[in-house]
Every structure is written in C-alpha cells, then in structure tokens.
Design a protein around this ligand. Sequence first.
Ligand SMILES: [Zn+2]
Length: 448
Amino acid sequence: MTRWLAEYAWLPEHAEPTADVLIEATDGRLTTVTPLTAGGPPAAGVEVEATRLPGLTVPGLANAHSHAFHRALRGRTHDGRGDFWSWRDLMYAVAARLDPDSYLALARAAYAEMALAGITCVGEFHYLHHGPGGTRYDDPNAMSAALVEAAAHAGIRLTVLDAAYLTASVDGAELTGPQRRFGDGDALRWAERVDAFRPADGHVRRGAAVHSVRAVPAAQLATVAGWADRHGLPLHVHLSEQPAENDACRAVHGCTPTRLLADHGVLGRHTTAVHATHPTAADVALLGDSRTGVCLCPTTERDLADGIGPARRLAEAGSPLSLGSDSHAVVDLFEEARAVELDERLRTRRRGHFDAAELFAAATVTGHAALGWGDAGRLAVGDRADLVTVRLDSARTAGVPPAGVFFAATAADVTQVVVDGRTVVADGRHLTVDVPTELRDAIAAVLS
Ligand SMILES: [Zn+2]
C-alpha cells in the first residue's frame, strides 16, 4: 500500500479543491481518498506517515488526440509565413522517413514529454501503418507495437486508435507518395489487420478510427464502425477541421460530413469527433443527440488556422468534451483546457462560458472515458491511482487559489506524476527518460 497526503486535491463532483486529503493505493487502485479536515481517519492532529504532495493534486490528465510523430514538426513549419500546406509537406516528409525503430524512439520521447505534463493516458490516432510504398511489415502491426513499447517506456497508458486511411480525397482519389504508407486497400483489409493486433500489456487498449470522410469511402464507413461496435471499443474520427472538407463532402455526397457519418452508423456514445470546428447547427444537434463526444484541440487548431469550434453549443447539445494536443505544437493540457473558455471569449466578446470544474472534467474523466478507460480520471476509491501534482509556489502559480490552477498553471508546474500507483515523474523530472535529450536525438534522426 502506498500513502500520500495532498495539500489540496480535486475530488469528484467538487466545484473546487479540498485541503489535506489522505490518498492510499494498492495494486494501482485508489483505496482511500479522505479529507482529514472532514474528521476522517486518522484523527485530526495525529501525524500521518505519508509522502507529502505540496500543491494541488488532480487525477491523471487524458490526452485524447495525439499523432506522436508530429512532435518532430514543432517550430519547423513557420518558414516564411508557413501555411497549412507547408506544415503538411513537412509532416509527409517525416512520415516518409520513419520505421518501427525511429517511430519507437520519437514516440517514446513524445510520450515522456506528456508524462512530464501530467498526462497519464494518451489516445494515439495512428495511421502510419506500413512500410515505404505501402508494403506491409512482416508484422503488419509493427508500427502499433512500437507505440505500445513507447508508452511502456514513458510510463503512461495508451489507446491505439487504429485509423482506416484508404483514399486521398472525398471523391475517392488513390493514395500517392507518403500517403501510401497509411493505406490498407479497403476497410475489410484494415479490419483483418487490426483484428490481429492483440496487445496483452495492461497499459494499452485498442480502439478504431475513421481518419476522416476524405480518407474512408462512404460505402466502407459502416465496416469500420461495425468493427469498433462489435468489440465494444472507442471509435474516433477527424471531423470538419477545415471548411474545405465540408465543401468537398457536399459536392460529392450532397450533405455535411457529420450527416454522412450519422447515415453510416459512425456517431454514438462510443464515438469521439475530433475538432468539429465547422459544424452546421444541424450537425451540432446530430452530434449532441447521439451523445457523440467531441475532442477539442485548441492549440493545434490555432496553429493550423483551423478556426474556433462551437464548444459551448456542442456541450449544450449533449456532446461530452475532451481535449487533445493533436500535432503537439504545445503539450500542455492546462493550456488546452483554458483555451476552450478563452477562445469562446474571443469569438463572443463575453466571459464565463465554462467554469473551472467543466474544464477540469474535460481534461480528466471525460478524456479517459473517450479513450475507453472508464475507471480513470477521478480521485475516487476503486479508480486507477493516477495522481498529478501541480506546484502552487512557482512564478506562475504563487498566490493563485487552487481552483484557479486551470487558468494559471502550465505543464512546467507539474512536479509529481503517479500512473496506476507507480511514480513516473518526481520533482519535475521523468524517472527513466531524459526527455529533452531523447526528443532532440529522435527528431534529429528523422530530419537530418
Ligand atoms: Zn489529428
């Protein structure tokens, strides 16, 4: 049994943090979460033998949308002025060079950076499946296996959201160049491959993804959705990130991407739409009525000039909101969380769309649920023992009330991270990965 005493902890259903909380865990599960000031054991005044956690302790943060290899692009796509297409050209260049070994090294460093930021679980929206030219590796899931190993080294949990990526455009153009590495030919061959991926490790779960309506023909959407449904696994899909996707879908199918997904059985409570930046009012209703989740990625959406999604309207309609760092221009769930509120302020010129507890839920319990981990993201007895401690004495957080942390802290303020009862980060340092060195070397290896 391990025991901690949190100066402050944010407990489920609480609008703000509680002081002096005793937390115990056995075999990676929380067995005690008790505020001492509430008269719980031990009696007040009795010295508790426990590891002290100064600052605010929150549950594990969930990064519900990641493309690990995009980490190599950070700061490199702004040559001249850098538009979406210069970003995509470099992304393809990196994709063209990766193999299972370099993918492992880059993902391991990227996931370790996430651990430092308090992320205890990542959803990897994975489409870099095959070798150059689209040739299958001897193990057709070798790239997925590299991700599993990377997450194990970094000490975080992983949901491999294996993306079907079959065509280059809504009208069914063939994959060319580096995109050929993404393709399985058709959805049945995709399903056959993902069926064979059976990771036994406790830190990983499977999931499925439709890359987008550009990449999966309408007639094959139900095959991917059906596979996820049969196995009871989460299904993710990029949706309406750019208006051009809506225009192309209307031109080919006569409807919006959301309508197309709804008509082919892709929406539902196990589905997460990523971005949903440009939905129509009818799309918002379709997403909300079906309880389809929405994963917002505000730092990527601003980096790529996608626009500002209608977060409040989506939430009101019934869509649970989660957060992702997507392209990893920034890896900081505090920044993603506050951006949900701050972007609404910019758009509406009003404040007060989301309260701190709502942003906190998006970063924790809702994100975990979107990745198929319904037993994580809350400091509650029986849940996974994920603890993320944020210092309240840094230049950024000193003088800030604990409830204000989502509007003040950055990833650099995370001092201690426990995943499934195991300490992964202590005193702000990853215990097994030299994160800056490994990032530098892994990125140099794929860009030199
Ligand atoms: Zn994405």
